[in-house]
Design a protein. Sequence first.
Length: 256
Amino acid sequence: MATVIVVTNQKGGVGKTTTCAALTGIFRSRGKRVLAIDMDPQGNLSFSLGAEDEGHTIHDVMTGECNIRDAIKTTHICDVITSNILLSGSELELTSARREFILKDILKTVRTSYDYIIIDTPPALSILTINAYTAADDLIIPMTPEILSLQGIAQLRETILAVKKYYNKKLNIRGILLTKYVKKQALAKDVEEMVEIVAEQLHTVVLKDKISVSVAVAEAPAHQEVITTYSPGCRAAKDYIRLAESLYPEIAAKVK
Ligand SMILES: Nc1ncnc2c1ncn2[C@@H]1O[C@H](COP(=O)(O)OP(=O)(O)OP(=O)(O)O)[C@@H](O)[C@H]1O
Ligand SMILES: [Mg+2]
């Protein structure tokens, strides 16, 4: 039965897609079955994982135009359901009584086929993100250690806590993940303290594994590789492996 992991923050450019791609690559390298779902109309995760921009998308699945299995594309990295720009019209299209549960209901049919389902979300709070939170077991919130990254956090907090209260009581907010992290940066220290407060308000923690800045992270998508295979020795790759092993200890190689 798959664990559904949603990576979210309505702030743009904080490392959501990078985190989804890295976790996908790490789980695959440990022999796990992974389905990646791109719920961002920008389609960055689809591209990063080597999926072609053709055929059915998550938009078609959510509007009932096709079966979820017809939308799954297999790339050299994993199974992917791609997005496209039509997704940005979802707010008006998804109007059924159970509109918050569409994704959760759809995933029921494939949950036994995967170990992990990883969902990337857009930099917005919308019916798409609410669907993702409702379907999720785990939520990871990437954040950059800059003061501006805290802007709008109250809205994110309210949305997450409302979903937890009304639609998904079991939602596990795993923590805030600091990305593009530079050790010993004076500014970062101040912001870190503020992030701790945000984490408390979300009834969660700031994850002890932070993701360092590495130039290779920006290069990897152009090669349709995830960071851990593109540049396994770089800091960010090592940080992502540490993070994955600490959040999901079941992936660690068994020591004989
Ligand atoms: N650890 C890192 N080191 C260096 N660059 C990084 C790191 N993490 C992310 N980046 C770069 O920052 C940019 C934004 O990252 P990413 O696309 O993952 O963020 P996002 O939150 O998904 O953005 P959006 O909200 O637009 O979807 C990208 O160019 C990415 O390559
Ligand atoms: Mg993204």
